[in-house]
Design a protein around this ligand. Structure first.
Ligand code: PGA
Length: 246
């Protein structure tokens, strides 16, 4: 299982961050889990040391090439700080202005800078007419049509319905609905790329994953793992989630 630990801005000091990394290492070593830790930018370089033996991700990336861009963190900076992956298009970034075009630009910058993008997609609400499926298709289209064909297989997807994010387990999607969404995403991917790439693309689920629902959501739903927010930013809940996963 792939477990992306998205700490968001919930971890405020290096001591807590190091304790969480120690937990992530335990989880990574056991039961075939691959943990990708996404700390806040200022902690990345201090945590992502070769001896840590963990994989790291940025939580976002600049759509620019750097230069006179106050506050921007570019792909080469993230890479130099030890990140291998980068989360792009998280709904919390989209809410702050990242349009589909900006997300596509960021994915291109990540790939050009040698980072592997974890692209988040997900609808705000569900409607009886299934308009949300068109919404997901558009999100996928804008990324896959912008990225050079040779690079599309490097993209990992995270399906994160916005209505579930930050909630407790009972508000997550049901395993049946998740299976349906994963099948739909693969169908769209096959149209945008090839069936081979669609089948090989890792799709994660994110949104209210906790220890009580982690197993049901990640087994027999077609996902490769989970993108975990609040449950990954506390050692106790992270460990118990990892136990539940296997
Ligand atoms: P959550 O967040 O696990 O706290 O719902 C997931 C996410 O936003 O990536």
């Amino acid at each position: 299982m792939i477990i992306v630990a998205n700490w968001k801005a919930k971890v405020a000091d290096l001591k807590t961050a190091k304790a969480l990394v120690a937990t992530a290492r335990k989880i990574n070593d056991s039961r075939g889990n691959k943990v990708i830790v996404a700390p806040p930018f200022p902690f990345l370089a201090a945590l992502a040391l070769p001896k840590t033996k963990l994989t790291f991700a940025g939580q976002d990336i600049s759509a620019t090439d750097g230069g006179a861009q106050t506050g921007e963190v570019t792909a080469p900076m993230l890479s130099a700080s030890g990140a291998r992956y980068v989360i792009i298009g998280h709904s919390e970034r989209r809410a702050l202005g990242d349009t589909d075009q900006v997300v596509a630009e960021k994915v291109k910058k990540a790939l050009a800078g040698g980072l592997l993008p974890i692209v988040c997609i997900g609808e705000r609400t569900r409607d009886a007419d299934a308009q949300y499926l068109h919404f997901i298709r558009t999100q996928l289209q804008s990324v896959y049509e912008a990225v050079p064909k040779k690079d599309v297989e490097k993209i990992m997807l995270a399906y994160e319905p916005i209505w579930a994010i930050g909630k407790s387990a009972e508000h997550a999607i049901t395993p049946d609905d998740l299976t349906e969404m994963v099948n739909y995403i693969r169908k769209v991917l096959a149209q945008l790329t090839t069936k081979k790439i669609a089948d090989a693309t890792d799709i994660l689920y994110g949104g209210a994953v906790e220890d009580t629902n982690a197993h049901a959501l990640t087994h027999e739903t077609g996902v490769a793992g989970a993108l975990v927010g609040h449950a990954s930013s506390n050692p106790k809940s992270f460990l118990s989630l990892a136990k539940a996963l296997s």
